[in-house]
Design a protein around this ligand. Structure first.
Ligand code: NAP
Length: 314
């Protein structure tokens, strides 16, 4: 498993995302954590909203039961999405993104309690709140860091201008941006190749975060790496994508791995600082996906997979 250095610490360039862990019992979740760690993962990604909060609870119990030590993991959570009805407690309710100082601090405290942790290695703001006041976010970050509750910060689904606006206000370097990216969600590549053309691929969907991340040394955490569309299901072994699966199988046979590994390797072949968030809850799929960290596709193989996914070279 290859590693990248973040905040002076070496972390695996493939992480385990636990968004789907709410569906597991403690034993199955323990196996998932142990499989990931035994195969080189030391980075966990969660969010307060996953499974309505249940994913965190399952993870907490499974980690306690597992052979894995918390100190050997980088545990990251995301806050800033507020969901819910008025429960009469006086807490904020309603569906919105909420980057108010109070919400960020309350949500992190809630995460620490749910996960039974003293601190989080990193916290990301989940989706940009149009009402964000960067100075208030800065106060929340400072308070959380000074209290020793959060070590590092980042964002998720931000465009470069949103990122820069927040970065100018906060005292910490924003180290991560989580964005959907993979063979079947390659807008960031498409736009770069189709700049100033009149076809759909020439549409800028993300404000060119890919280039921005390289200029400013920001880790892009690729979410839903094996999904097509927005949660439409995996493209691996999907009969909708015969050419792509044929090409991935050909490369998988050549490298002695599976198609999951090729899909991982395709992301990591890009020279930006990528980290892949694997969301499978099946130990076999997890192992196969992680194996891609050690596969280095040639440049031509990378392009060939891109074409097999239905893309062109203008
Ligand atoms: N920041 C954000 O807005 C955001 C949004 C979404 C997700 N995320 C993060 O990204 C992580 C990953 O997201 P994700 O779970 O959507 O990503 P994913 O890893 O692309 O998808 C996982 C799903 O694909 C299935 N799968 C994987 N390989 C397969 C194969 N060979 N055959 C059949 N099914 C296969 C898995 O089923 P099995 O379990 O059966 O393998 C699981 O249902 C999340 O856990 C979360 O941490 C962040």
């Amino acid at each position: 498993m290859k590693q990248i250095v973040i905040g002076g610490k070496k972390v695996s360039n493939v992480a385990l995302g636990i968004m789907r862990m709410d569906a597991l019992d403690t034993d199955a979740a323990t196996k998932v954590i142990e499989t990931a760690v035994d195969n080189g993962v030391n980075f966990i990604d969660t969010a307060d909203i996953y499974g309505g909060g249940k994913s965190d609870l399952v993870f907490r119990d499974a980690l306690a039961k597992s052979s894995v030590s918390r100190d050997d993991l980088w545990i990251q959570s995301k806050v800033g999405i507020q969901n819910g009805n008025d429960d009469g407690s006086g807490k904020p309710y309603g569906n919105r993104y909420n980057f108010s100082k109070q919400h960020i601090i309350d949500a992190v405290n809630h995460e620490l309690e749910s996960l039974n942790l003293d601190y989080l290695d990193s916290v990301l703001l989940h989706r940009p709140d149009p009402l964000m006041e960067p100075d208030k976010v800065a106060e929340a970050f400072d308070e959380l860091q000074t209290a020793g509750k959060v070590r590092h910060f980042g964002v998720s689904n931000f465009n470069p201008m949103q990122f820069e606006m927040l970065q100018r206000a906060v005292s910490q370097k924003l180290m991560f941006n989580q964005l959907q990216f993979g063979i079947m969600h390659s807008n960031m590549i498409d736009f770069g190749m189709h700049t100033n053309m009149q076809d759909d691929r020439g549409v800028d969907h993300d404000g060119q975060f890919l280039e921005y991340s390289r200029i400013h040394d920001i880790v892009i955490q690729a979410w839903s790496p094996y999904q097509w569309g927005n949660f439409n299901g995996p493209f691996i072994d999907n009969p909708k994508f015969p050419e792509l699966n044929k090409k991935m199988q050909e490369l998988a046979d050549q490298y002695g791995v599976t198609k999951n590994a090729i899909a991982t390797a395709w992301i990591l072949r890009h020279p930006a600082k990528f980290q892949v968030l694997v969301g499978s809850m099946n130990p076999q799929h997890i192992k196969e996906s992680l194996a891609g960290s050690d596969v280095e596709l040639t440049g031509q193989e990378w392009y060939d997979v891109y074409y097999a996914a239905g893309n062109d070279m203008p």
